[in-house]
Design a protein around this ligand. Structure first.
Ligand code: PXG
Length: 465
């Protein structure tokens, strides 16, 4: 489709008025933002008519791919019927009640932690704020108000509000705005490539990394710790996939000390790991599950928390009024869109497809990258994948951070029609779950091409010496 858009005009408006998230404003103004104009299937087009294969599903969201008419129609129909009404004053609406029941039916039963209830928000960040509120309320109602501390992990991402950024373990975020807020602390992440000891097996490392939780609980005093929050697989931190021994040991520890377990599945739910929810992949039993992004495949904003029975029963039976909520909790259009999106996922069996078909195929194709001279490690989990760029494969020596080798590689991706994220020296993907084998091959060819170009740069600049 030819474009008649005046790119320079949009860039000028953008520079003059739009403050972008996580952006050096002055730097972007000097370059001008890339203007995305349309999308179809797994591709996005910019205002210059360039097509890009979107291996990041927007921002870990668009699990059903772009251009789904039935989602647009569901939004249109709902807007014409009831575009908005609140859920505050003893009121509900058809899509919100239906979606809550649908989500409860999709979440597998995990004993006393089975999920019958949902608290809605509009984003992952808000949902994690709601988690903090619910966790504190839960322990207050049980007569243990001293249980206030929530333990998260370094390099985790749980959002960008005061609570979300505090629960997360991103040092650059903590450095701005006096974070974390009180009563939130962190342990190390289960990143074997970086933190495994010489001679230590992956499984041994998984147990050791989980053990950091027990050490921290004992250091703080178990009666002061309210909850542990973690992503099944760390997404924004660079697709850090935990060893198989990690989650069972975490479960043992949270059970031993009676902590609540929050599974932040803003990235991992809705088929991404080959299951409806990420906790199924690793077999643990959370009390609260954060979701957002792919619940609507990003077509409109929606988030929320699946509230397990252990917490829900206390809040419902003992709690009285819960003084927390958002104007858009249970927004009818967002919920109608989510229902249409989940219907597509069910009809096309996307979680199953990831589990049985495209997940294993991606694992095989991505694993071939281990032969590339720049790739120190390459791993997938369901339909996310990450690789680490290294200076020396044999010694696992990394590039100096100031060389920003990940950004060099990302630049080549952008220039060659591929969107792949760089997190430090890790290159990561989370493509739409609708990809065909041929499209996976097309993506892999682009990845290899961009790695080759990055290798050539590294050689030319003498970075490999
Ligand atoms: N939890 C997790 C696990 C996330 O990945 C959030 C919470 C916050 O969601 P909202 O909807 O408030 O953004 C996220 C969001 C990146 C990147 O660079 C990742 C996210 C957001 C922005 C950028 O990978 N994840």
């Amino acid at each position: 489709m030819p474009t008649t858009l005046d790119t320079a005009h949009i860039q000028a408006l953008d520079s003059a008025h739009f403050l972008h998230p996580f952006t050096d404003f002055k730097d972007l103004n000097a370059r001008g933002a890339r203007v995305m104009t349309r999308a179809e299937d797994i591709y996005v087009w910019d205002s210059e008519g360039r097509r890009v294969l979107d291996a990041m599903s927007g921002l870990w969201c668009v699990n059903v791919g772009y251009g789904r008419k039935e989602i647009a129609e569901a939004a249109y129909q709902q807007m014409m019927t009831l575009p908005f009404y609140n859920s505050f004053f003893q009121t509900t609406n058809v899509p919100a009640a239906t979606l809550a029941a649908k989500l409860a039916s999709l979440a597998p039963d995990v004993g006393e932690r089975s999920f019958k209830h949902v608290f809605f928000s509009s984003s992952g960040s808000e949902s994690n704020d709601s988690n903090v509120r619910m966790v504190r309320r839960y322990w207050d109602l049980l007569g243990q108000p001293q249980r206030k501390i929530i333990i998260g992990r370094l390099n985790a991402y749980h959002g960008s509000t005061m609570a979300g950024a505090s629960l997360g373990g991103m040092s650059a975020m903590h450095a701005q705005g006096d974070l974390p807020i009180p009563n939130i602390t962190h342990i190390g992440q289960p990143y074997f490539f970086e933190n495994g000891l010489p001679g230590e097996s992956v499984d041994e490392f998984g147990l050791r990394a989980a053990g950091w939780l027990e050490t921290k609980i004992l250091e703080l005093g178990a009666d002061r710790v309210a909850a542990f929050i973690a992503e099944p697989v760390q997404g924004a931190g660079g697709v850090i996939i935990p060893p198989a021994t990690y989650w069972p040991e975490i479960q043992r520890i949270v059970d031993k000390y009676g902590l609540l377990l929050i599974s932040d599945e803003v990235i991992c739910a809705f088929g991404r790991l080959g299951h409806w929810f990420g906790y199924e992949k690793f077999g643990y039993k959370p009390d609260l599950v954060t979701f957002a992004k792919a619940v609507t495949s990003g077509y409109v904003p929606l988030g929320g928390v699946m509230v397990g029975n252990r917490v829900a029963e206390v809040l419902i039976e003992k709690g009285g009024e819960f003084n927390h909520g958002y104007t858009y909790s249970g927004h009818p259009v967002a919920c109608a869109v989510a229902l249409a999106n989940l219907a597509i996922m069910e009809r096309e069996q996307l979680p199953q497809r990831v589990h049985d078909d495209i997940g294993p195929y991606l694992a095989r194709r991505f694993g071939e990258l281990l032969n590339h001279p720049l790739v120190g490690d390459a791993e997938t989990c369901g339909f996310v994948a990450g690789l680490v760029l290294v200076k020396n494969k044999a010694t696992r020596e990394r590039f100096a951070p100031e060389l920003a080798v990940g950004m060099v590689c990302r630049g080549h991706c952008f220039g060659n029609g591929l969107i792949m994220r760089a997190v430090g020296d890790r290159m990561i993907i989370a493509p739409p779950l609708t990809m065909t084998h041929a499209q996976i091959d097309e993506m892999m060819a682009l990845i290899v091409k961009c790695l080759d170009l990055t290798l050539a740069d590294a050689r030319d600049n003498g970075w490999l010496a």
